[in-house]
Ligand binder design. Structure first.
Ligand code: DOR
Ligand code: ZN
Length: 368
């Protein structure tokens, strides 16, 4: 068994950085250390609904990256937030002038800061039509909206897949779609079944834990309790879903369609304790190690072929949908060496697997 190996510096295809006057100064540093860029989600306190706001948000991220000494080494890929009233002309101008690369579809009220999300798919058909024409990608939060709150949380992604993902793809067959933070067998099968313009992102939490982890911390013996730090949307699913996703990204014929998107989504510990409905897992600090653990558990890191699959998943797959064709040549080293995850980070942020010891450590030259 290998004690260490190298891969190209990873790219986070899905992350939340919050606002510069809230948690961004505390959380950004973790992503800077492990990734060369991030597809930045637009569900900020005031959502990023026009490209001018995306440009300002990108400047804030860049200013802070510079301050932390990462300057030109970090690429924030900006996205916009679709609403019922999104102006197709603004979307198009922002795409053509490079302000943003994709739009995010939040079904109304489906998750954090999605109150301005889309109430009916038909309302955004003109925008999707235009995006299809200009080659701009749509990223989908694949869960039903609040008008369907009768649907159990465990089923929201399956129902959305059946009712809406197929519909979007059938209506706009050439549109590039990324199904975000997939948590079910059905959404995976949808992506695998579609042609290559439909891809997906995968978080560590959705392939490490099942919904049971809402009631224990993942370390045997599993003592019952409530673990808001494992609360995220889509909700963690079943062992069958976990097994299916793991197999598809490691061995599936269509594994090249799936890439790492951490969905790192910080909330303060205080807010999470007060209200378990603050959904989001903060995993940016050790996300690369979490994915490594998962691939290692499946025996993928014992030979070059498996490591190549891992590298593609972390650093290569799907970046084309943002127009990224060239990657930095910097390598990181993963060493089979225990490390302990802190209980809490500055900003009152409790990380995923807080206080636990994990068997892999990432080393990067840039970090002294
Ligand atoms: O768990 C989640 N947290 N899922 C989302 O879709 C949004 C995110 C957040 O912004 O906190
Ligand atoms: Zn997210």
């Amino acid at each position: 068994m290998k004690k260490s190996f190298q891969i190209l510096l990873p790219f986070d295809r899905h992350g939340h950085l919050r606002e510069v006057n809230t948690l961004m100064p505390e959380v950004l540093i973790h992503s800077l250390k492990s990734f060369w860029g991030m597809v930045v989600m637009p569900n900020t306190a005031i959502p990023i609904t026009d490209y001018e706001s995306a440009v300002r948000y990108r400047e804030e991220i860049k200013t802070l990256s510079n301050k932390y000494g990462f300057g030109g080494n970090f690429l924030p890929v900006m996205t916009g937030y679709l609403t019922d009233n999104t102006n197709p002309e603004n979307v198009k101008s922002g795409f053509l002038n490079g302000a943003w690369k994709a739009m995010k579809l939040y079904p109304h009220g489906a998750t954090t800061n999605s109150d301005k999300g889309v109430t009916k798919l038909e309302k955004i058909f003109p925008v999707l039509e235009m995006m299809q024409k200009i080659g701009m990608s749509v990223l989908v939060h694949p869960e039903t909206d609040v008008s369907r709150s009768d649907i159990p949380f465990m089923d929201r992604e399956r129902v959305y897949t059946e009712e809406s993902l197929f519909l979007i793809h059938e209506r706009f067959p050439e549109l590039t779609i990324s199904v975000e933070h997939i948590s079910t067998r059905e959404a995976m099968e949808f992506v695998e079944w579609c042609p290559d313009n439909v891809v997906g992102t995968i978080t560590p939490q959705h392939i490490m834990y099942t919904h049971d982890a809402l009631f224990h911390n993942g370390v045997p013996p599993f003592k019952p309790g409530l673990y808001p730090e494992n609360m995220c949307l889509p909700i963690l699913k079943t062992q069958d879903d976990v097994n299916y996703i793991r197999n598809a990204i490691m061995h599936g014929e269509r594994r090249y369609k799936f890439g790492a998107g951490t969905d790192t989504a910080p909330h303060t510990q205080t807010a999470k304790k007060e209200n378990c409905s603050r959904c989001g897992v903060f995993n940016a600090s050790h996300a690369v190690e979490f994915y490594t653990m998962i691939f290692d558990q499946e025996g993928m890191l014992n030979d070059e072929k498996g490591i190549q699959t891992f590298q593609n998943f972390m650093s290569v797959n799907n970046l084309w949908i943002y127009g990224i064709k060239e990657f930095p040549t910097e390598m990181i080293t993963l060493v089979k060496e225990d490390q302990q995850i802190p209980e809490i980070y500055p900003g009152d942020i409790r990380p995923f697997k807080a206080g636990q010891t994990i068997p892999w450590t990432m080393k990067r030259e840039l970090i002294k």
